[in-house]
Design a binder for this molecule. Sequence first.
Ligand SMILES: Cc1ncc(COP(=O)(O)O)c(C=O)c1O
Length: 402
Amino acid sequence: MPLTQAREITAASRLTNVRYAIRDLACVADEVTKQGHKVLPLNIGDPLSFDFQTPPHIIEAVHKAMRDGKNGYAPSEGVHEALEAIRGEAARKGITTLRDVFVTTGVSETVDVCLSALVNPEEDFLTPSPDYPLYSAVLCKLGNRLNAYDLNEEDGWQPELADIERKITPHTRGIVIINPNNPTGSLCTREMLEQIAELARRHNLIVFSDEIYDKLILDGTQHIAFASVAPDVPCVTFGGMSKNYLVPGWRIGWGIVSGDAAAVKSYTEGVHRLLRARLCANHPEQYAIKAALEGPQDHLVEVQRKLRSRRDLTQKWCEATPRVSCVEPRGAFYAYPRIDIPESDEVFVKELIRQKHVMVVHGSGFGQKPGTQHFRIVFLPDEQTLTRAYAGIADFIREHYS
Ligand SMILES: Cc1ncc(COP(=O)(O)O)c(C=O)c1O
């Protein structure tokens, strides 16, 4: 018999604002599934849930590594051949002032390590709004104040420079740009990258450039790496295997540190201290990095063909549907349409799941300007599935708001 009644064990209060709307909606979808309905999932950016397959030579490289006994702990920074391959990739991206590379458990861990190694409690870090919610989640976990800058929908979702400048304080340490962007599918122009570099120089900021979708460009242009435009500016370029090489479950990402050598030295040492403390990234999967980056890239042609066709279908639907408008996505596999409705986009999205069994994510889960409502579409499913889903959304809008 216990002598005292057990007291509630509460979670840390700094977790109050840690949200991940993309997965939080799963509870509503579970409800609908239990009632016997099939939910059309336009919410999670996992190509392997749809008609995309991992290139076989990448699987073989990991299989071989396992058979060759690469199953113990790896070096904390990553295995030698993977680091060499990432250095080669940095050179192909036009990064000339390479200072360091390291392998992580997905870009998710690159984000965590790079922010944790940077910010002191009273400092802040500029994140875009809308943003990929992991950035604000990690900052909340660390107990730091959020400092979001706007992306400008009227300017094709380019970062709003005046807003960035307004938000920089003596406590601001850096800025993240997500390019191609999740959730908007936008690409930063060269001029924009140059202007952000100028701000970084003036205010002594480090730039994190999340380029996890850099090979999924849909408008025939060449992706421009921030670090190639601003070789002197302290920068960590984030890259990974999840999206470009269709293995999100392997959890492999990396960071490429560039910029003035003296400026990034102490910070890079801090990053490595954290990398050592968490031992290492997945070991055998790291042997896929060289195979992926240096082997055949044929799968990308097919992936881009499918994504372009699905993007076009999505854009056409947005243009034809009353109350919906959308800046055309140019990269990745997301569209972020604006919707003109009298209630919140969270209510819209939840009711859409319940009534039409279509799952998209509400804009308030990513951030948006007050007074605007959006939802994020993942256009990875095939054309037939997308057409069915869009018919469901159009019916819902007609039934509720016409
Ligand atoms: C912009 C962005 N960064 C990072 C990640 C995390 O990727 P990973 O699977 O490498 O952890 C995602 C995943 O969707 C993403 O969209």
